[in-house]
Design a protein around this ligand. Sequence first.
Ligand SMILES: [Zn+2]
Length: 429
Amino acid sequence: MDTIGDVSEALLGRIEARRDELVELTRELIRFPTVNPPGEGYVECAEFIGTRLSKRGFDVEYVRADGTPGDSERYPRLNVIARREGGNPGPCVHFNSHIDVVQAGGGWSVDPFAGEVRDGKVFGRGACDMKGGLAASIIAVETLLDSVGDWPGAIEISGTVDEESGGFGGVHYLAERGWFSAPKVNHVIIPEPLNPDRVCIGHRGVWWAEIETHGRIAHGSMPFLGNCAVRHMQAVLERFERDLYPLLMARTTEMPVVPSGARHSTLNLNSIHGGQAEQATGLPAPCVPDSCRLVIDRRLLIEESLASAKAEVLGILDRLARERAGFSYSIRDILEVIPSMTDRNGPVARTTAAAVRRVISRDPEFICSPGTYDQKHIDRVGKLKDCVAYGPGLLDLAHQPDEYVGIDDLVTSAKVMALAAWSLLNRIA
Ligand SMILES: [Zn+2]
C-alpha cells in the first residue's frame, strides 16, 4: 500500500467503524476540567493522552514549562508530546492540540464537564475548542498506523497548555526548545474548530497597548486650575475617528479572513479608565482627572508590520503633543503577535485540501482566522512555515454556553486528517 488510492478506501472505512470510540474519547477528554486560568487538571489530562499513546507504541515525553505565567506546584504547565517513528526515513507530521479550555461561564443547559451526547452532538466546554479535534487526530493517527504495515518518517501528537492565555507555557515554550522546528518536525496540523470543509492557513496579528494621557488634579469647582486628562483622551479619540479609522477601513488584504469584515485592519477600544474612582460612600470624586488610560486592540493584516501599526498611532499622539496645549502621554505595549499565513500551495495546505475533497467531494475553502492561535509560535519561534489549522466544530461555538461538536464532523475530520497525514508522509501532494 503505497499510494493514497490504495489506502484511502480501507482507511476511511476503518475510521467510520470507530465512530463510537471517537465519541467516547471526546467525552473522556471533556471530563477533564482543564480550565485556564488557573490551569486545572493539566497533569491528569496530559497523562491520559500519554498513557493511551504509549500503549500504541508511541514514545511519550512530558515537558513542564517551568516558570512560565501561571506555572506553580499546584498548577504545573504540563505538555505531552508523543512520537512514533516509521521504518524508513521521511518527513514528520505533527498534530498539535491545546488541552486547556476557557471557563464554563453561565447559561448552560447541560453539565459543561460531563460530555453529554444528544442529537448527534457531544456537548461540553472544549467539545469544539478543541478536545473534539484532539480526539479526531488521535483516532485518525491510530487508525492510519494500524492500517499500513510501515510508513516513512514519523508522526507526532501533542497536547499543549495555555493556548487560551497566549500559549507561553505551551507551544511557545516548546518551540523555543526546538520541538516545532525542522528537521524534527516538517508539517503541522492544528485541529482548531474551523468547520470540516475549511482549511485555515493563518491568522491576523495583534498589538495591544495602553495609552495614558496625563493631567493635573484640581478641585472640580475650579477646573481651570487643573489639566483634564479625560479631555485630552477625548482629543485622542477624535483624531482616531477622523484620521485613523478611515485609513484602517480603506486597507484591504489578500488574506482570506472570515468573517469578511475582518479583511480590513481593525481597532477596538477595549477599555477606558479616567479620573478618581468613586468613594466608598458611592459619591463621585470632586476632582479634575489627572490620568486617563485607554487600552487598544489593533489587529494587523499580513501586509502590515507591528512597526507601521505603532507608527500610525504614535504619529497621532505626537501631533497632538505639538498642537494641543497641556497634552502629554505615555504608551505601554501589552501584547504583540505577528500576522502569520502559510502558502496555500505549500505541502500541508494543498494536501489537507485534497483530503477534504476526497472525503466530502467538495472543494474546501481556504480561510484565515480574525484572531490568533498557536500557529504564531510555530511560525515566529519554530521558524516552521508549513502549518495549517484544520478541525471539526463550528468556530462560532467556541467559548459559548452549550458548546458542542457534531459527531459527523468529528468523523469527517478524522478521515481528512488520516488521509492528509498519509499523503504528507509519502510526499503525495
Ligand atoms: Zn482553541
